[in-house]
Every structure is written in structure tokens, then in C-alpha cells.
Ligand binder design. Structure first.
Ligand SMILES: [Zn+2]
Length: 155
């Protein structure tokens, strides 16, 4: 039995949801894609933007391009309080639970976007208590919170 099913999501149009209770540390689904060399990544105009949502670094030589409809795992949304992470094993990527997950809960992971000037293009609707409002990786979110504080202090 699959541990996931597609459903309408509040975070984005669709998401993947747990079909049963799942323990922390479980492999949920493989993040599939085409393995390409770093050179191919550099040459491909498709990757010529700030946020390569479906592009993963496998090692110093290879990337994985998961931007294919047959990669079901790409439906997993970003959350500022995620219950999964992406784990690499050799040239394979897996979505692994980092918390116990209840049946019907939506799977999510931190997309890991860095903070940059364009962060406002990627609003986050994850509704977590710690949501900073944008899809920015955990280690960089303080920058956005500080900005908010600055605005409050100003008034
Ligand atoms: Zn969020």
C-alpha cells in the first residue's frame, strides 16, 4: 500500500497526504528524476532562474532534475514547519519523515530557498505558526522577521 495520495491542498493546488499513520524516519516516496551532469545544468536555459524548485544537487558531478510529471514527489509542498526532508542515498533521493505523521496529514519539506531580493515572488501559505510568509529556508528566515520588526518599530 502506498503511504501517500494526491489531494487538493490548502498550501498549493495539490499536495501529497498520508494514507496512514507514519513513524518518524520512514521513506515515504522516492524523489524521481533524470540524472544530469553539472555541465548540462549550466547549459540548460530551463535552470536559468533564481529558484530551481525541482533541481537537486546529488554530488559534485551530478544533479537530479525532478521536473517531470512522473515524479509524483514533486507535488509535495514547502512548509515552514515541515514533517519531511529530502535525503540522498547514492544517486537516489527519498522523502523521509522527520516527525511522526498522522493519517491524512499533508507531507511537506523545506524547499531550502536562500534569502535574496526576490523572495517576495514566492509567498508561503503553509499556515504554520512560525511561517514567515515566504518560501525561504529555515536558516535565512530571520532576515525576513527582522525586516518585519523594523517596520513595526518604525511606526
Ligand atoms: Zn510558511
Amino acid at each position: 500500500m502506498k503511504l501517500y495520495k494526491q489531494k487538493k491542498s490548502n498550501i498549493d493546488k495539490r499536495g501529497l497526504f498520508a494514507t496512514k499513520n507514519i513513524k518518524r524516519g520512514t521513506r515515504i516516496i522516492e524523489y524521481k528524476g533524470k540524472i544530469i551532469t553539472k555541465k548540462e545544468t549550466e547549459k540548460n536555459l530551463k535552470f536559468d532562474n533564481d529558484k530551481d524548485i525541482y533541481l537537486f544537487n546529488l554530488n559534485s558531478r551530478y544533479d537530479l532534475d525532478g521536473d517531470y510529471s512522473w515524479n509524483t514527489a514533486r507535488l509535495i509542498n514547502h512548509s515552514c514547519n515541515p514533517n519531511c526532508e529530502v535525503e540522498g542515498k547514492g544517486l537516489k533521493l527519498w522523502i523521509i519523515s522527520i516527525k511522526d505523521i498522522k493519517k491524512n496529514e499533508e507531507f511537506s519539506y523545506d524547499y531550502g530557498f536562500g534569502y535574496d531580493i526576490n523572495y517576495k515572488q514566492f509567498p508561503c501559505k503553509c499556515a504554520a505558526k512560525n511561517c514567515c510568509g515566504y518560501i525561504v529556508r529555515e536558516g535565512s528566515r530571520w532576515r525576513i522577521k527582522n525586516k518585519k520588526n523594523l517596520i513595526y518599530n518604525f511606526f
